[in-house]
Design a protein around this ligand. Sequence first.
Ligand SMILES: Nc1ncnc2c1ncn2[C@@H]1O[C@H](COP(=O)(O)OP(=O)(O)OP(=O)(O)O)[C@@H](O)[C@H]1O
Ligand SMILES: [Mg+2]
Length: 275
Amino acid sequence: MDSNIAPSQPSVPTVVSPPMLQNEPPAIAARTVNVFYGEKHALKDVTIDIYRRQVTAFIGPSGCGKSTFLRCFNRMNDIIETCRVTGRITLDGGDIYDPRLDVVQLRARVGMVFQKPNPFPKSIYDNIAYGPRIHGLTTSRKELDNVVEQSLRRAALWDEVKDRLSEPGTALSGGQQQRLCIARAIAVSPDVILMDEPCSALDPIATAKIEELMDELRQDYTIIIVTHSMQQAARVSQRTAFFHLGELVEVGPTEEIFTRPQDKRTQDYITGRFG
Ligand SMILES: Nc1ncnc2c1ncn2[C@@H]1O[C@H](COP(=O)(O)OP(=O)(O)OP(=O)(O)O)[C@@H](O)[C@H]1O
Ligand SMILES: [Mg+2]
């Protein structure tokens, strides 16, 4: 399913994976980002570029600041009273901490999927329709129906729920609920999808489905995943960033990070010596 392939071409499976577009400008650029919770210095001088059409994995021991950093990208830290963010983060070149920026719009552009699936206490349909409704993205019921269907299809959930759209989202299995949350994020056409340990509450089969889905979605979205599973990072990501005690220790192509890490702390972590 690649819309870039012209229909006149023979049906040879040419495009396997998108090229690494590191010479394109990054989707997100973070420069000397520091985060404090009161006196606690949780993230220290983090500078990183995040590229489009790739999955970037954030790995590192518990408490190293992965979730804190992820929340910087859609300003979810704004809602934590003690939290202070300094430095500069741009999305497509625009400063996301610009005081004139509409945070609601930002969060539509930068969607988030959490560790525990958190469908709204509404029907499956209304879970997906919620965002397009509040952002006024559709003008008719037919259009909205279409967005709901397409979002559920993209999240590989449509076939399982198409006959029960009015049932509550919470009635689905954990893995289905997580795909519902991904569909909900997709429904407002985001640029970036942030996933904070999206599979940690799921069984291996549901996990495999989400991983497959991420590989599919990266054709169109910039994806960042936080994971404690190094196997998962290796399977789903093209770039990996290793954090330790609030510092970004190193970032690079996933294969290099796992086979030839530059820093001893990365080496120790990936070989299971700590964390
Ligand atoms: N709301 C908060 N108030 C105060 N301190 C916080 C808050 N959230 C996180 N911290 C602290 O900031 C540091 C980074 O936490 P964060 O949750 O970002 O780590 P993490 O890498 O996501 O860990 P885990 O792998 O356990 O999820 C930790 O020392 C944590 O205790
Ligand atoms: Mg975390």
